[in-house]
Design a binder for this molecule. Structure first.
Ligand code: PRX
Length: 567
């Protein structure tokens, strides 16, 4: 039994007021995530407690107490204010997993501006569409990423400032550029926190859909209520925990649970800015005595592949609780983790738009390996019929997941895109766009997405975005992008391409096009395979039928092809 009470106890008489009370918040009060994650913890007498333990690519280490976190985030806030950043202006954080990213997000929130974190491996085109859509005023970045920003600056009239946290003083700043070295700047002890309230916007995260450009998911400061309680009840983070969330804050897991969750609990958070390697990960856990580990199925599958022998070299007995998110967690991974770590990875299901964990395995609850578990207390979830959008009563039948709107961390809008937002609701249910069934004990079993979005290693990639980028390559005439199965990443991107006359589809062409996408979009969006074809299957109206290409990749039935152009 968990110290936080059983699932059954918790769903009885559940109210979000439980979290409000624990956070000393009442309706109508000010609520600011930046303040809650640093100042409040200090006010509770924990100023000297370690907030962040960071390890960098070159083995560097930095440790910050909660008081350091408070002052450094004040310093970022003050610097932005001085530049003229106003409440609700969008400030992009475009950095690797360095301390300035974690501190910077809190600093942006403290002055009431909207934090827009973007994955630092994004190429210039991925960056451009997101900055343009958000009308971003300032970007905080590192010198290694600055060239990507400089390349698109001319096309971004709203982007007034580029703040470089590690600027080389021997170089010359371009107009609009600011050198800001947090470690050699006097830290600001007192900062006036902007009075944000429950519905004040906080974070803008971009997520990919099947059609159109990425959508900006707008969250508000009140999301803290959900993030706090799920961190406590599902991730089981307690004050004395040493917590490690492996996600990058360019994505929602990295902010909701890689920044906010642990800091608002006053726990110690570890961050490692090093790419994946089983040895490095186990060493990191052993060295910092990590107790709570939140990761993703692709990483777990990679660890499984690295084998059991290597685990024996490390003392991992510190691990107390493990959880996973982002893609289906196969039952083998759950069983394996129980065998090698003595604890199963608990699957959690949610998405950018939900802002916090919605369905999960709850500490102390019976685990059914392969199931996502049950809805978090306070969340009403069901599966809906795909035609009527009415809840399916029958157990085991597959339908669309539906959530009753109204939980604290639910997105408030897609930025400048009310129509797409409205389309996410049917019959009063919010549709995350996934399919599942529910068994006779109320456990949810994930089936798949209800659209063409590719989930590669837990990261969503829009086929539309990759197709659009491919068309910008001088050799490409037409393209269709689908997922193909992969042992580790579950799915990877595959492109079918027809070439313009005069170009030959060979290995060199494939590599050139792959590289083109990697640079323009990101390594995630880069097709792992390009198949050159003479033509693509299309409907009579000329729409490319990705469905047929995808079915072939997955060895599935092709289904109805009656609308094919040349069948
Ligand atoms: O399709 C579901 C899948 O990832 C999508 C959300 O992606 P994103 O907004 O990038 O957020 C990822 C991290 C919260 C979902 O719509 N997904 C997420 N968790 C799971 C999952 N699929 C299966 N099992 C999960 N546990």
């Amino acid at each position: 039994m968990s110290h936080i009470g059983s699932y059954e106890e918790r769903i009885k008489d559940f109210s979000w007021a439980i979290a409000e009370k624990e956070l000393d918040y009442k309706e109508g009060d000010m609520i600011n995530i930046g303040w809650y994650c640093s100042d409040r913890i200090c006010k509770m007498g924990k100023s000297s407690k370690l907030a962040l333990i960071w390890e960098g690519l070159m083995g560097q280490e930095r440790k910050l107490t909660y008081d350091d976190l408070r002052k450094t985030s004040n310093t970022v806030g003050a610097m932005l204010r001085k530049l003229g950043i106003k409440p609700e202006d969008r400030v992009c954080l475009f950095m690797d997993k360095i301390p300035e990213l974690y501190i910077g997000l809190l600093g942006v929130l403290k002055i009431g501006a909207i934090a827009q974190p973007l994955f630092s491996a994004f190429g210039d085109e991925s960056l451009f569409v997101r900055l343009e859509n958000a009308g971003t005023s300032a970007i905080i970045t590192q010198k290694k990423h600055a060239p990507k920003v400089r390349k698109i600056l001319d096309r971004l009239p709203n982007l007034k400032h580029m703040i470089i946290v590690d600027f080389d003083p021997s170089k010359e700043l371009q107009p609009g550029e600011v050198a800001f070295d947090l470690w050699n700047t006097p830290w600001v002890d007192e900062l006036e926190i902007h009075p944000t309230y429950a519905e004040s916007p906080s974070i803008l995260h971009y997520t990919s859909g099947t059609t159109g450009q990425p959508k900006g998911v707008k969250h508000v400061h009140y999301s803290l209520i959900s993030q706090y309680l799920t961190t406590k009840w599902v991730l089981d983070v307690q004050e004395d925990d040493i917590y490690w969330c492996t996600a990058d804050p360019g994505w929602v897991t990295g902010t909701s649970y890689g920044i906010i969750g642990a800091f608002c609990m006053g726990a110690t958070q570890c961050v490692m800015d090093v790419g994946f390697s089983a040895e490095a990960w186990y060493k990191f856990i052993e060295k910092h005595r990590i107790t709570m580990w939140y990761s993703a199925p692709t990483a777990i599958r990679s660890l499984m592949k690295a084998g059991d022998e290597i685990i024996k070299k490390y003392d991992l007995s510190c691990l107390r609780h493990l959880a996973s998110v982002g893609e289906p967690l196969n039952s083998e991974a759950v069983i394996w983790s129980e065998r090698v770590f003595g604890k199963p990875f608990l699957d959690t299901y949610w998405q950018t738009e939900t802002g916090s964990i919605m369905i999960s395995n709850y500490p102390g609850m019976k685990i059914k390996p392969g199931s996502m578990g049950k809805p978090f207390p306070g969340i009403t979830a069901c599966v809906l019929d795909t035609k009527t959008f009415l809840p399916i009563e029958e157990t085991g039948k597959i339908g669309l997941i539906g959530f009753k709107p109204g939980w604290p961390s639910m997105m408030r809008m897609y930025w400048n895109n009310e129509e797409t937002y409205k389309n996410k609701f049917k019959n009063g249910w919010y549709l995350p766009g996934d399919r599942s069934s529910i068994d006779n004990e109320g456990y949810f079993w994930f089936v798949g997405r209800d659209d063409d979005v590719i989930n590669t290693g837990g990261h969503l990639v829009s086929p539309f975005e990759v197709e659009s980028a491919l068309l910008e390559n001088e050799m490409v005439a037409e393209s269709a992008v689908v997922s193909k199965p992969d042992d580790i990443n579950m799915e990877v991107v595959k492109a079918f391409v027809t070439l313009k006359p005069g170009f030959e589809g060979n290995k060199d062409t494939e590599l050139m096009i792959m590289n083109f996408i990697r640079k323009k979009l990101s390594p995630l969006a880069m097709p792992q395979e390009i198949e050159f074809v003479p033509n693509l299957p299309k409907t009579r109206s000329g729409k490319i039928m990705r469905r047929i290409l995808k079915a072939k990749e997955w060895g599935e039935e092709i289904g109805d092809t009656s609308t094919l152009e040349d069948d």
